[in-house]
Design a protein around this ligand. Structure first.
Ligand SMILES: [Zn+2]
Length: 200
């Protein structure tokens, strides 16, 4: 299944590739290209589904920016949406993936892995609080997906099991949720900077 309880991840190699603070629309296609189902997506559909996922993130960012009157603090925004943010003093690495945060939708709890975030902050030459704010903004899009928008990963489905002409199983495309979250974070911080609002 795609996107279970939204464990959020970013590999260190991906960080080296992507521009600060999160990938732009131009780089979003690479997120799709790295998805395990990429080869099963017809060529003509690829760019349109990237654009649609990105646009969903943009619209959500504009709506939240308006709703919160440009609040730059995602701990506040999470709390206002009934989400608890907790910290763990941990560098959370499984295999080749480093996890910065986790969202457990049933409990409405976001966990920030402080040591992992510290490394990311250092790599991007920013304060830990600013880094965690960016990471939380990304996570907040996943919260919105679960609470009201619907999973972006399920907005487009590809057959993963066929028997002759029959499609037995279809799967969503996980990268689309990540692209939506990137579109959200990118747009939100652009709106803040246009208004000259600091996010430290
Ligand atoms: Zn994510």
């Amino acid at each position: 299944m795609d996107y279970p309880n939204s464990s959020d991840k970013d590999s260190t190699s991906a960080n080296a590739l992507f521009a600060f603070p999160f990938p732009s629309h131009e780089l979003a296609f690479q997120e799709l290209a790295a998805d395990r189902l990429f080869e099963r997506i017809p060529f003509a559909d690829r760019q349109p589904i990237v654009d649609a996922a990105w646009a969903k993130g943009v619209r959500a960012a504009q709506a939240i920016f308006e709703e919160t009157k440009g609040n730059s603090n995602f701990i506040d925004i999470c709390q206002q949406h009934g989400i608890t943010v907790v910290h763990r003093d941990l560098d959370c690495v499984y295999g080749s993936q480093r996890y910065f945060s986790d969202f457990v939708s049933k409990q409405l709890v976001v966990t920030l892995y402080d040591r992992s975030c510290e490394l990311w902050a250092r790599q991007n030459q920013m304060s830990v609080s600013a880094a965690q704010n960016l990471i939380l903004s990304h996570e907040f899009f996943h919260i919105l997906e679960v609470t009201k928008l619907g999973l972006t990963a399920q907005d487009y489905q590809v057959p993963t099991l066929k028997l002759g002409p029959l499609v037995l199983i279809k799967s969503g495309v996980q990268a689309l949720s990540e692209i939506g979250a990137h579109g959200f974070a990118y747009t939100y911080f652009q709106l803040l900077s246009k208004k000259g609002i600091s996010y430290e």
